[in-house]
Design a protein around this ligand. Structure first.
Ligand code: SF4
Length: 281
């Protein structure tokens, strides 16, 4: 869908504002987005239009986009998201019913015998670190927020073990839009030439002005679905991809020159942050 001149101008201003705040690098020529790590050159308006078409196609492909981690309240979603690092949704969903029957509130988790807690979450991996993170986070909630999960990014990211990715998942659970950058979103954003960055926070900043705010949460969920099913780390199936016509990587079979030297699975810190998406297939 072509952008109106007014909308194109608005998006150009937004991209420049984000760039000035440390996100994408500033434009070098009138209307041109810098290539960055060999990304194809295109105007801000063209990239914005392409991003909107990606949003539209993803919505058509995945009409239902729900947080796949089972939970009945924000605190359970926070715990499940901490458990999902370096694990899969299915693994987390297998342990949380028993876990949440045993411990219901932050006070229960904070006072739980650590060995017992570790035993209940063992199968999700990294159980020592996750048990410590959940207990530290529960104590912080009790001490600073009366046992309630705060509804603001600034407050959430002060909690032990909670970065922007986890905070965005929790905010999405409150119905507050947020772009969750996990290993799939990072890889697909790079293949789709929507960002030249590897750092999840910078990728989030690059995507925010390109995607309508109300679509932020569902956009990242849908990218995760596509990353699992079609645009996998090892074998991107471009010939079967609904985004092929709007993806600059399709002509390279999903292995474009600007990804050279990058691991499609991400660097160790990005993988450690892998959240509700679970691992790449
Ligand atoms: S066209 Fe290929 S590289 Fe692009 S999103 Fe689809 S599968 Fe991934």
């Amino acid at each position: 869908m072509p952008l109106s001149p007014r909308e194109a101008a608005r998006r150009t201003r937004t991209v420049r504002r984000v760039a000035a705040a440390g996100g994408a690098r500033p434009a070098t020529r009138r209307g041109q987005v810098p290539a960055g790590r060999g990304l194809p050159r295109e105007t801000v308006a063209a990239r914005s239009g392409r991003a909107l078409e990606i949003v539209r196609r993803l919505r058509a492909r995945y009409p239902e986009a729900r947080i796949p981690l089972r939970h009945t309240n924000p605190f359970q979603l926070l715990v499940a998201t901490i458990l999902s690092a370096q694990s899969t949704d299915a693994q987390v969903n297998r342990v949380t019913p028993t876990l949440f029957r045993r411990y219901r509130a932050p006070a229960d988790f904070a006072g739980a015998p650590v060995r017992e807690l570790e035993g209940l979450i063992h199968s999700t991996g990294f159980f020592h670190a996750k048990a410590r993170a959940i207990q530290a986070c529960s104590r912080a909630l009790l001490e600073r927020y009366g046992g309630q999960v705060p509804r603001a990014m600034d407050a959430l990211t002060t909690l032990p073990g909670v970065g922007r990715k986890t905070a965005n998942v929790v905010l999405s659970g409150f119905g507050i839009p947020g772009i969750v950058v996990d290993t799939h979103v990072r890889r697909l954003s790079q293949r789709l030439a929507l960002t030249p960055h590897d750092d999840p926070d910078k990728i989030e900043q690059d995507l925010m002005p390109l995607v309508p705010r109300e679509e932020w949460s569902t956009f990242s969920l849908r990218l995760i679905y596509l990353g699992r099913e079609v645009c996998t780390a090892r074998r991107p199936a471009c010939s079967a991809c609904p985004l092929a016509e709007v993806c600059p990587s399709s002509r390279y079979g999903g292995v474009p020159p600007w990804m050279a030297g990058r691991s499609p699975r991400g660097n160790p810190s990005t993988r450690a942050a892998a959240g509700p998406a679970g691992r790449s297939p």
